[in-house]
Design a protein around this ligand. Structure first.
Ligand code: RIB
Length: 300
């Protein structure tokens, strides 16, 4: 008689608690001034939202990724869920609430720089108790990723839950806002971009200010710098990581590509330096293509 021993190999689980939007992107050589009308070059609609983008990047890279988010009862609901499934993101804990899903009108100029307005819609209805219940049902979560496009009260509760349960946390303070010290106690990795760093630290972006701010908090700090790469503060020492030179077409969602790829790399036990370089490469690649999630790829 043969005896089969059955071992279940558990992959690290990444849960993104955050926003999902429909991006409505207009491309024009230059964006209009006050009261001005300009002709654009093209328009495209696609899937976005900082939380969704980060989840999709991690999912495309092969991570066992769950999205906890709210969608409205509109035409965007089903297509957003189908998109998550196509991109290897689990949707069992997405809640449908009355009203519209989040949308984001975006302008991208001839240099690939973007300006974004987020209309939160359903993202504002995410509930902390339901989010925590979902995290409990998912079970064995190794990494929780959050951003500031959902009510901060939800982030506070979710990150407290993470700390109590020894789950590693990443917080991307986007859009930028001042952060409560108590909240930061539950954040293991804090990843702002240049402008978000200036808002959360209430200082200018200089290496000295990055060091000073990093000394004030317990979180490990990575500041992403667009085409300049990223800075990581490692035990009071600034480590600089360069980005490759690429042709910039559209920077929308590059920061999210960084956070999603970094989350994947951490959960795969890359060293911090390897994880940062990996994330910079994924973000750099994303700026060479139009769109948000449509510019992400699992390979190359
Ligand atoms: O970071 C880019 C994202 O910001 C877009 O996808 C848009 O939806 C907003 O959330």
């Amino acid at each position: 008689m043969k005896i089969f021993l059955y071992f279940e190999i558990m992959n690290p689980k990444i849960c993104v608690v955050g926003s999902a939007n429909i991006d409505q992107i207009s491309y024009a050589q230059r964006v209009p001034l006050d009261g001005e009308t300009v002709f654009g070059d093209s328009y495209q609609m696609g899937f976005g939202g900082k939380g969704a983008n980060q989840a999709v990047m991690a999912g495309l890279l092969g991570a066992d990724t769950y999205m906890i988010a709210c969608l409205g009862t509109d035409v965007y609901r089903d297509m957003t869920i189908d998109n998550f499934k196509e991109k290897n993101v689990k949707t069992d804990f997405i809640q449908i609430v009355d009203g519209s899903s989040g949308v984001a009108p975006i302008w991208v100029d001839g240099n690939g720089q973007n300006r974004i307005i987020v209309i939160s819609g359903a993202n504002d209805q995410i509930d902390s108790k339901k989010a925590i219940k979902s995290l409990g049902e998912i079970g064995n979560v190794s990494l929780i990723v959050g951003q500031a496009e959902i009510p901060m009260e939800v982030n506070y509760e979710v990150f407290k839950f993470a700390k109590r349960n020894n789950i590693t946390t990443i917080f991307n303070p986007a859009p930028g806002r001042l952060l409560d010290e108590q909240f930061l106690e539950n954040v293991d990795w804090l990843i702002p971009n240049e402008t978000e760093f200036e808002i959360i630290s209430n200082t200018n972006l200089t290496k000295e200010n990055i060091l000073k701010y990093s000394n004030k908090i317990n979180s490990k700090l990575i500041v992403t710098l667009g085409e300049e790469g990223a800075i990581f503060v490692n035990d009071d020492i600034i480590e600089e990581f360069k980005a490759p030179n690429v042709d910039v077409i559209d920077t929308t969602g590059a920061g999210d590509a960084f956070v999603g790829a970094f989350s994947f790399a951490l959960s795969e036990n890359y060293s911090v330096s390897d994880a940062i370089n990996f994330a910079i490469n994924k973000a750099s690649l994303s700026v060479t293509k139009k769109g948000t999630q449509s510019s992400y790829s699992s390979s190359e």
